[in-house]
Design a binder for this molecule. Sequence first.
Ligand SMILES: [Fe+2]
Length: 233
Amino acid sequence: MPNGQIPAPTEGSPTFGALESLRIKQLEEQASALRTSVICAFNQLLDLKDLNTGVHSTRLAEWGMRVGQELGLEEAELQNLEVAALLHDIGKVGVPDSILRKPGRLDPEEYALMKKHSEYGWAVLRMLPGFERAALDILHHHESFDGKGYPAGLKGAEIPVVSRIVCVIDAFDAMVSSRPYRIGLPYEEAVRRLNEASGTQFDPTVVKSFLSFAQAEMSPVFAAAGTSVSSAL
Ligand SMILES: [Fe+2]
């Protein structure tokens, strides 16, 4: 068989059922492999733009899956969560480096441009068949639980659950990570800030779930920051 493809079976032949299910299985495997390749390619693009972002995204995917499983998300939602956690900031490719890498505070005009990244990410990913839902989750990853976020100002359960999860773990990871111009916050301070904004910026259920395992996950984060969990605590 050329390229290992199962030939389309002729209806009515004795092997029709078996061949058809084999063909469907093969098509499913091909679709899944293509999906993985797209995720990897975009993730590499993030690495090219800023290496830390790629590492940060992989970590977020691991944390996100744990929260998602604990909150009882269905398999399809977990798959979208993995994509959204890995690629939530893909739209930053469209934000000028002068803004992305600015060490100080952004002025209002720069901040308005930076905020566009969630829409940029949605605009790109929604064009890929199978990524439409994850694109929407990415669009809303900066919504705030009290409705004061962007781009749509959605509130509470109006915000997709995947977006609410990415929002919490993204904020936490950003707080404890070191940047060229600043050292990451100690674990306890980041937890304090997360709890402080629980119910306003963040979904309290997601915060509670994340904090139930967060401390045990911190070693690699603090190792990357050049410190250790115990010294940072
Ligand atoms: Fe973002």
